[in-house]
Design a protein around this ligand. Structure first.
Ligand code: WQD
Length: 348
């Protein structure tokens, strides 16, 4: 079938990575159905996606924790040929304080979704994370690296979810799945109509940069500058969210092809590591805005350094990141200014 006759279900499709992925799917001719319970996103994002791509995805406020509702919804839509599953809680810090909330939501959502498709040949792309590696023994980290004890309940839900997925796919034999292990998603769509919308104080680095730069927050706190790193600050593999979104379309295409394995895993990063201080300099260079920062104590759960080996993604997924740090920072800043100029949007 041509992509314009294929329908993809995107759970969590009004979220940060989900919304960017819906835009990329629609630009490639896929029909998209979004289900989202809006626990960490806003409904106006559906209109923004429509403005960008000229196509209105079908949106349904569905909570994956309601197994019967999910089953009925899926049974009524035999046209769904693939699923991309984003819907999950994702704050490392919050998961430490509320582990049960994370195990219940993140695992029940996946289990109910898999159960709803148990009689179907529907393929699935799962939103996993580099947090499954913990602090790797070797860098860059490959997909074959040892999975270490998770540093947080959030990371553990990703590890357990990958195991559940692999065992269900092996048992079913009538469908296939791919787990994408994201590194650090940053930036926004070039239109500045969608981007990261942290609820409350941003936990992640770049949204804190942009909110500090626009005056919504005070100085940035660098969580430790005495790591055994050239400049003392942690290294991560930051990847533009649009590159990350495109990786999901390639994963759907790979599953549609005859060449994919029943279950496979791919690192989705740039293959380059950047320190916190280098990120501050990159933001200042891209935006012309000077960031104020102080140095605080290390944050519990932080690993020192990680970046991806992307050989497998390049060779098998036929994907690699194209956008650089300048695009990541500039687009994040454009989005922050757009949201600041349109405060009512978040009330919609
Ligand atoms: C990055 C670096 C902090 C904030 C994230 C997601 C996780 C996963 C991987 C998807 C660290 C430092 C941060 C601040 C700081 N993604 N920092 N001051 O912790 O690598 O994990 O990406 O699954 O879900 O949470 O990202 O942006 O929080 O931190 O110094 O105010 O920036 O110590 O070294 P992290 P982050």
């Amino acid at each position: 079938m041509k992509t314009d006759s294929k329908t993809i279900l995107v759970t969590g499709g009004t979220g940060y990575i989900g919304s960017h992925t819906v835009v990329e799917l629609q630009s490639q001719g896929y029909k998209v159905i979004i289900i989202d319970n809006l626990s960490n996103s806003k409904p106006f994002i559906v209109d923004q996606i429509t403005k960008i791509s000229g196509v209105a995805p079908s949106f349904h406020n569905i909570d994956l924790n309601n197994a019967d509702m999910v089953k009925d919804f899926v049974d009524d839509r035999p046209e769904i040929s693939g699923v991309i599953h984003f819907a999950a809680f994702k704050s490392v810090g919050e998961s430490v304080h509320s582990p049960l909330k994370y195990y219940r939501n993140n695992l029940n959502s996946l289990i109910h979704l898999l159960s709803a498709f148990s009689e179907r040949k529907t393929n699935l792309v799962f939103s996993s994370s580099c947090t499954v590696y913990g602090q790797p023994d070797q860098l860059p980290v490959t997909e074959k690296a040892a999975i270490k004890k998770a540093e947080s309940p959030y990371g553990n839900t990703k590890q357990i979810a990958e195991e559940i997925l692999q065992e269900v796919i092996d048992a079913r034999k009538n469908c296939k799945a791919i787990s994408l292990r994201y590194f650090n998603p940053v930036g926004a769509h070039e239109s500045a109509l969608i981007g990261e919308l942290p609820l409350g104080v941003p936990q992640n680095l770049v949204p804190y940069f942009t909110q500090s730069a626009i005056g919504k927050r005070g100085a940035i706190t660098i969580y430790g500058d005495n790591y055994e790193i050239f400049d003392g600050t942690c290294i991560r593999d930051y990847i533009h969210v649009v590159d990350l979104a495109k990786a999901h379309v390639e994963a759907i295409k790979l599953l549609e092809s005859q060449t994919s394995k029943n279950y496979d895993v791919f690192n989705i990063g740039t293959g380059k590591g950047t320190s916190v201080l280098e990120m501050i300099n990159a933001f200042q260079k891209a935006t012309g805005v000077t960031l104020k920062y102080t140095v605080g104590s290390k944050r519990s759960g932080d690993i020192t350094q990680v970046w991806a080996d992307i050989t497998k993604s390049k060779n098998t997924l036929n994907w690699k990141a194209e956008l650089d740090l300048h695009h990541m920072m500039y687009s994040a800043w454009q989005w922050e200014q757009y949201i600041h100029q349109n405060p009512l949007l978040q009330t919609l």
